[in-house]
Ligand binder design. Sequence first.
Ligand SMILES: [Cu+2]
Length: 560
Amino acid sequence: MGTFLGYAFTLTLLFCMAQGKVLYYDFVVKETPINMLCETNRTVLTVNGLFPGPEIRAHKGDTIYVNVTNIGPYGVTIHWHGVSQLRYPWSDGPENITQCPIPTNSSFLQKVILTEEEGTLWWHAHSDWTRATVHGPIIILPVTNYPYKFDEQHTIVLSEWYARDTKAIIDEALATGGDPDLSVAYTINGQPGDSYPCYNGLMYDITVVQGKTYLFRIIHSGLNEEMFFGIAKHNLTVVGMDGAYLKPLKTSYLMITPGQTMDVLVTANQTPGRYYMVFSPFTDTDAPSNDNVTRGIFQYNGSYNHSETPALPELPGFTNKSDAGNFTVQLRSLNSKEHPSTVPTKITRNVTITVSVNEQPCPANKTCLGPQGSIHSASLNNISFWTPSISILQAYYNNISGVYNKTFPDKPPFMFDYTGNVSALGDAAFVSTEVLMIKYNEEVEIRFQGTNFGAAENHPMHLHGYSFYVVGMGDGNFNDAYVSKYNTVDPPYVNTVGLPKNGWTAIRFKANNPGVWFMHCHLDRHASWGMDTVLIVGEGPNKDQKILPPPQHMPPCSWS
Ligand SMILES: [Cu+2]
């Protein structure tokens, strides 16, 4: 008996260790004055008065409670981007998908459950466009070892800065049907740097020591533009992405989309001096874009001429689609003994989704500011997602009808030459709240197919509740012959993937996380126009295959 209890105790202890520690954070969402560019005295929404927001630092397997208190002027929600939240969609955050907004002067205790994630992720507001200034890093350290070596680590948060309140920008654009304002600057850890007016001597810089290797955790929190990144005369070695390890990839530049994170090693092995690190937009589209270039400094310690103009990296041009694609297709997951890849190979559910930028006709007796007097719109499988006014998760869990339809289709409504000349086809989409129903443990493949409607471009597609394997990607229309060329050995395991302009991307995952999971383009203007849907993954027969019970207090929806 004593031995049995001893074993039980040891097992319990091991189980607790495997579950990790419990951490607590306090987030206060509030208006904060931030000086930026030539402006002073404007307030923006922040967490704890910081831009970018506070870092969450944890170890693999930890559970984090974040008490989010909103004292801002309107309701907000917070999402833990890339955290699968196993069986616990209640804290995932997208507004009116898994919760209603946290009203002004109230709190919501959110539980962030880390399981397999290891590396760099981030958190951000998931209501309106408030994530422009409400975002910050989630650093997940390994419990034992890193699969690579470095001397120091630094986090780089790239943000997009707007000249006025981002909620007002998108509310106004949706009301008129026109283009939302462009951002006016990109910032590195809150600093726009020396390429903008009113440069005040403040620029992100890092001082390095000859011979040392630096781990940069790069987070693209921007709203609407993909980015190239490089450091003059220094190679980058990409070793992780979206909270999972990669085979080391040596490159002179990165292409990173909104929503993605990349862990990059840089060795200070050049002549001591000052070198620019640069973010330069990738804007392969007819849509308007912010073509500013943002700089920080990578400088060596020691004695040399510090006043010499720093060297600039040679980055691909703004519209260089082939360099963007060439970088992305080289990414491979680490697939080591400690970090194996488990790519689904017995696909039981195959879904094809067209991804389109559309126009809706302007209602009679109204003036609309979209292209040729229409309304900007976007869609998946020709359905422009309509966000309901109450949470889909609560409607699903409590069997409330009339909030959504379970009829998101597995195929586009009709076949056409998706990436060819589509000018003869009408490009209005069907506005509705349609969700894709998936059975527990199905092995799912989704083929995203870009289309040539509207201003075609790269779409960073993001799935909540899961990371997925990117098994294939290419230009033009998908063809069944491509299946035999899929990488099912070591494809990258990510939560956001750039669907190439007028191209296709195939992803795979095992549907072992029951819940209500948002899937959308991470360019906010497209998400706001309807380039979204929801996956409802059903429960399995066993107790540990069901959605965990909701917390005692969820932010109220109008019917509760
Ligand atoms: Cu998009």
